[in-house]
Design a protein around this ligand. Sequence first.
Ligand code: PBG
Length: 333
Amino acid sequence: MHPVHAPFPATRLRRTRVSPAMRALVRENALEVGDLIWPIFVRAGEGIVEPVPSMPGVMRRSVDKVLEAAAEADALGVGAICVFPYTGLEDRTEDCAGAWDPQNPANRAIAAIKQAYPHIAVMSDVALDTYNINGHDGFVEDGIIVNDRTVEALVKMALSQAEAGADIIGPSDMMDGRIGAIREALEGAGHSSVAILSYAAKYASAFYGPFRDAVGASGALTGDKKTYQMDPANSDEALRLVARDLAEGADMVMVKPGQPYLDICRRVKDQFGAPTFAYQVSGEYSMIKAAAQNGWIDEERVMLESLMAFKRAGCDGILTYFAPAAARILNGG
Ligand code: PBG
């Protein structure tokens, strides 16, 4: 005899978890190689591939060696590379003129990759920090990071990158008005197909520590970046920044850092439905690496879980130093 009341429990959610096949059927998100953008570090010199001590497995390469990285990306199906410059103190000036030098290592690397692998999308970094004597993303006058004069310099920098062949301009500086100014200048110079991925919601974060080592900025920075990067306490402000940057012509927007700010990723995706990216920054990468090297976590599984979290939070893609390692696994070993 069946009881007249409903069987207990009415809903057994474990039924759709019983086997790999059932789990695959109900899986809501997927991480694909095509979601990954690989940030690489380029420097002056020749024949140099040197490790970044604070980022195990990450290298700085001279321009001639950048093609080895591009070849690796190409073989793995990683379709996008983001180029960051490493500079020494001798490359840093008050007027930051190196930033828009067509022959700076970043621009030469962009050109070299595009020539050898035209189908790889190359992204640039727009900010003055690596060329600035004081390590700030903008010009400093009387201790103040000035906005509008900085934007004029950022426009020159972005144009030099577009001339070098960049497909995606990546302003990471957090000055006001730079997206509109860069968009207008790109259109005026005939670069209407060059996209802008705005670092729209970039927080003043301690998770950038290892990166500042990687680009040679650690010793250089005077003070902090809190007058232009966001307060980690804020969330509504991120939505205002994204709305503003989209209105000014950004094609894609970024939340940075990534994992501590997944709530922001979700709000941005829900509210705007625009292509949304997260930057799994250096500190996030190095924490996983360090714990794995101590045998405290399983590197491969934590890496894939951390990347899937971005997809679940609504991101279309992820900038990650794990890009080649993740691609290798996603490609089946
Ligand atoms: C600077 C810049 C930073 C990062 C990317 N571009 C650091 C900063 O704002 O000081 C950080 C990336 C990372 O930590 O991986 N324009």
